[in-house]
Design a protein around this ligand. Structure first.
Ligand SMILES: [Zn+2]
Length: 272
């Protein structure tokens, strides 16, 4: 991707679930997104930041409160934190922390920082809210659907779109909150492509892309998954995820997520 001189984008990919941690650096700031999973992986991000930080401020953005995305908070205790107001108001904070503790216990993982729920310095309360830092502008959009408290962040003028758990090329929509809201987020995604000069999309899991065509393909793929699943959700036997979305690289766990989507959408249809 063509960044301006002095702009630097590093995408760290965890060995687990292909989860991304993004570090954007320019003259004005360092912006770190969702530093995650293993202690060694988080250590590498810390080292990278220590090497380059200087006297620039470090901002730490959380795309949403799912435990894999907040797992590294206290490894960066001096950062100024950004997340949605809904993440702050999350009534189930303890559940996310419990997931982290369970994961660490199951895998014999010890961390040299405490597991705590993020305290947020800059809450995002509305669509289009902006934060200006020097010559950099961050624009935020609320994206409830996957879960209740997601946000999109656009970094300009670099044209980088931090998508959280949307617009992946390796995951069909995982819907924990609302399939209708998820579809609204996909509409929002199309609008963002019209209104911003996007040069790079970075999803929470999977490959980033600099292709507008590829972003549109992901939007359409995700929409098709939700719509076609909704059409069959009243039937008794529903085919596996590969019938609704390609590729399904990890049929075991992805089959589980598909079943959870079916359960949620059945509930939605009953309540309509
Ligand atoms: Zn998530």
């Amino acid at each position: 991707m063509n960044l301006q001189k002095k702009e630097k984008l590093t995408i760290f990919e965890s060995a687990l679930f292909r989860t991304t941690s993004t570090l954007f650096v320019n003259d004005d700031l360092l912006l770190l997104v969702d530093p995650n999973w293993l202690p060694g992986e988080i250590g590498k991000i810390q080292e990278a930041i220590d090497r380059i930080e200087g006297d620039r401020p470090l901002y730490l953005l959380f795309t949403h409160s799912d435990y894999d995305h907040i797992i590294g908070w206290k490894a960066f205790p001096d950062a100024t934190t950004i997340a949605s107001q809904a993440l702050i108001d999350n009534p189930n904070k303890e559940d996310q922390l419990e997931e982290i503790r369970k994961f660490d216990d199951a895998n014999y993982i010890q961390r040299d920082y405490p597991i705590l729920y993020p305290e947020i310095n800059i809450p995002v309360t509305q669509n289009g809210q902006q934060l200006k830092i020097g010559n950099t502008t961050l624009t935020f959009y609320l994206t409830p659907g996957h879960n209740p408290d997601g946000i999109f962040t656009i970094i300009e003028p670099a044209g980088i779109w931090i998508a959280g758990d949307y617009l992946s090329n390796i995951e069909f929509p995982y819907i924990y909150h609302s399939s209708r809201m998820y579809e609204d987020v996909l509409k929002r995604a199309e609008k963002i492509l019209e209104e911003h000069d996007i040069r790079q999309l970075i999803p929470g899991h999977g490959d980033p892309t600099d292709s507008r065509k590829e972003i549109l393909r992901r939007i359409e793929n995700d929409r098709k998954y939700i719509q076609s699943l909704r059409e069959t959700v009243r039937e008794e036997d529903i085919p596996g995820p590969e019938h609704f979305y390609q590729p399904v690289l990890f049929p075991g766990i992805m089959g589980d997520f598909h079943q959870k989507n079916i359960a949620l959408m059945r509930k939605e249809e009953r309540e309509r």
